[in-house]
Write a protein that binds this ligand. Structure first.
Ligand code: ZN
Length: 356
């Protein structure tokens, strides 16, 4: 009986001593302080390592009588969690301090900045502009959101003309007069209505068509158009400019050929092919074994267009030509899929790092 009492006493004492130790450590932990990572490491070793004080208490915990395990266990867990939380918090604070000090280090060398690349469409557009600038053409720009007059009517597309179907575009249902331009020719009509000949302009810009998006068609693309109006401008002038452009753009061996075509705003009209710059005109898969690839449309400005835009067609004549920049870019760089131009994939863009 006496032995029993002594044992109970002893067990009670064990848990009381342990609770005292936990309380003491709790107070210590709550008042911990580390002014650098080294001090923090020491604290972590002292309390949380395998041989740390809290783990030692865990070992002693086995000797606590079962009926008191719950109370002591809860206290012990509280101590461990608190020590862990406070040490983690101090670690974050020290890391942050470390970083902000790093930012203030003005002597550090900068991080390497990778330079962007010019978009292939921009490279080719600039090249086209540069060739025409040397021939005396100046750049003209206009709005992408246009009215029917400047996109169609002023360019000899009467309402219900079937040629409008070839340029199906986007418009506002409640205000069908407002459209996204289908060609940069709208800039030409804007320039014609406000200036007097001689006019020698080049109009680069984005245009829109209501097309299903695929590898070969997109709902937007880019054009460059040129317009020259003066007295005595003839088809010969047009042909010389086309030949010079083709040789500058694709190499001095390039040949051109003109095929009759139809556009509402030019008469006569032609499409221009260049000798395939891949096979040199011998015939390959790219030129469908013809030796020629189509690159642009052109013609003499229809007298109706001159008159519609306030220029006397009895005094002045002119030529116009227009090309898709994507088409020219494909010829130069063989980009197979049109969609790649607008996907913003930097791996694609990086390929043009040395292209200019
Ligand atoms: Zn070819």
């Amino acid at each position: 009986m006496y032995l029993c009492i002594v044992l109970i006493e002893k067990n009670n004492n064990t848990s009381i001593i342990m609770l005292d130790k936990i309380q003491k450590l709790l107070e210590e932990v709550e008042n911990m302080h580390a002014s650098n990572l080294e001090e923090l490491k020491n604290l972590r070793n002292k309390y949380l390592s395998k041989k740390g004080e809290i783990n030692e208490l865990m070992n002693d915990f086995r000797r606590i009588p079962t009926d008191q395990k719950r109370e002591v266990g809860m206290k012990l867990n509280e101590l461990k969690t608190k020590a862990q939380d406070i040490i983690d918090k101090m670690k974050n604070e020290l890391d942050e301090k470390d970083n902000s000090e790093e930012e203030l280090d003005l002597t550090r060398s900068s991080y390497p900045i990778s330079l962007g690349t010019r978009h292939p469409i921009s490279i080719v557009r600039n090249e086209i502009i540069e060739i025409f600038a040397r021939l005396g053409f100046t750049i003209a720009e206009g709005p992408e959101v246009e009215d029917d007059w400047h996109v169609f009517s002023a360019l000899n597309f009467p309402p219900d003309h079937p040629a409008r179907d070839m340029q199906d575009t986007f418009f506002i249902e409640s205000k069908p007069d407002i459209v996204l331009r289908t060609h940069t020719s709208s800039v030409q009509s804007r320039v014609m209505e406000t200036s007097k000949p001689p006019i020698r302009i080049i109009c680069p810009g984005r245009v829109y068509r209501n097309e299903a998006i695929s590898a070969r068609a997109h709902c937007f693309f880019h054009q460059v158009e040129a317009l020259y109006i003066d007295k005595n401008v003839s088809f010969t002038d047009l042909k010389q400019v086309l030949l010079l452009f083709a040789k500058e753009m694709f190499g001095t061996d390039t040949k051109i050929r003109l095929r009759p075509s139809y556009f509402p705003f030019t008469e006569p009209s032609a499409e221009m092919d260049i000798s395939c710059n891949i096979c040199g005109g011998k015939g390959c898969a790219f030129c469908k074994h013809t030796g020629w690839v189509e690159i642009l449309g052109c013609g003499m400005v229809d007298p109706n267009v001159l008159d519609l835009n306030g220029i006397d067609s009895k005094v002045y004549t002119g030529y116009a030509l227009g090309m898709g920049i994507e088409r020219i870019t494909n010829l130069k760089y063989q980009v197979k899929d049109l969609r790649m131009f607008s996907e913003n994939d930097t791996r694609f863009l990086k390929e043009f790092e040395n292209a200019y």
